[in-house]
Design a protein around this ligand. Structure first.
Ligand code: PLP
Length: 262
């Protein structure tokens, strides 16, 4: 009997969501749906449901390091995605490990605050994120509040948004997907910036609040890169994937948020 062809391995380094909608759980579902083998290094464990986050446990650094070592020492890893890292020491550790292990592709989702309002990254971790992790990223995926926090000023006009893309690129990422979901309007405009310019991705705003959309988007981009897509193509396809998954989303708990159907 011949073996089934081996799919590429993709690693997520992120937080776990006990409610199964965001974080590691969303990442692994997304990887599976994209035909790649998902690996995980859990950096934080949240106690969470569709109503919000009730507790966060930061995984000890030694154990984050040993999870990363365990997977890199055994699997050829085609792409890595980072999500919720929780604190500055974890961001520094993850950056150090990635500098050492040099994955071909890195997608950094600079997770800071959940839609429910819970803080998922300590305020004093911003320097480590900007100086150590973001310069390693091939694709950085901030939403508007995250971009404002990274740049230290509000983003309102289209001129400011365009300049923000350039300013974020100057932090050292290869490409920046500035997600427009937090702006108002019937249409969501995401903007992707890289050295060859920018592209806009427009889609109708769905009349529902998604949970885990950012995690899913970054993971879908990482899976696309692992499967040989170029960054612009991976970004375009991942955006369409999230739209579809949100359109078919469902409400598994008592809260108002929709979980994506992968
Ligand atoms: N929980 C974890 C572990 C996450 O990584 C994230 C987002 O990245 C969230 C919750 C928040 O998800 P959302 O803002 O989509 O509700």
């Amino acid at each position: 009997m011949t073996d089934t062809p081996t799919p590429p391995n993709v690693l997520t380094i992120a937080g776990a969501d006990s409610g199964g909608g965001a974080g590691i759980q969303a990442d692994l579902k997304t990887f599976h749906a994209h035909g790649v083998h998902g690996l995980s290094a859990i950096a934080a464990v949240t106690s969470q449901n569709t109503r919000g986050v009730t507790a966060v446990h930061a995984v000890p650094l030694t154990h984050i390091r040993s999870q990363i070592a365990a997977v890199f020492d055994d699997f050829p890893i085609a792409a890595v995605k980072t999500g919720m890292l929780g604190n500055a020491a974890t961001v520094r550790l993850v950056a150090r490990e990635l500098r050492k292990r040099k994955p071909a592709w890195l997608v950094v989702d600079p997770v800071m605050i959940a839609t429910s309002g819970a803080r998922l990254l300590d305020e004093d971790a911003m320097d480590a994120l900007i100086n150590e992790l973001i310069p390693l990223a091939d694709v950085l995926t901030p939403n508007l509040p995250e971009a404002e926090a990274l740049l230290g000023h509000p983003l309102r006009t289209s001129r400011q948004l365009h300049d923000a893309g350039q300013a974020l690129l100057e932090l050292g990422a290869g490409g920046v997907l500035l997600k427009g979901g937090h702006a108002r309007g019937n249409e969501v405009v995401d903007r992707y910036f890289d050295e060859s310019g920018s592209m806009e991705l427009r889609h109708p705003r769905l009349p529902r609040e998604g949970h885990g959309t950012g995690c899913t988007l970054a993971s879908a981009i990482a899976a696309g890169l692992a499967r040989g897509q170029r960054p612009r193509s991976a970004v375009r396809r991942a955006t369409a994937y999230v739209q579809r998954a949100l359109k078919h989303g469902y409400r598994p708990g008592g809260g108002s948020v929709h979980v994506l159907r992968h």
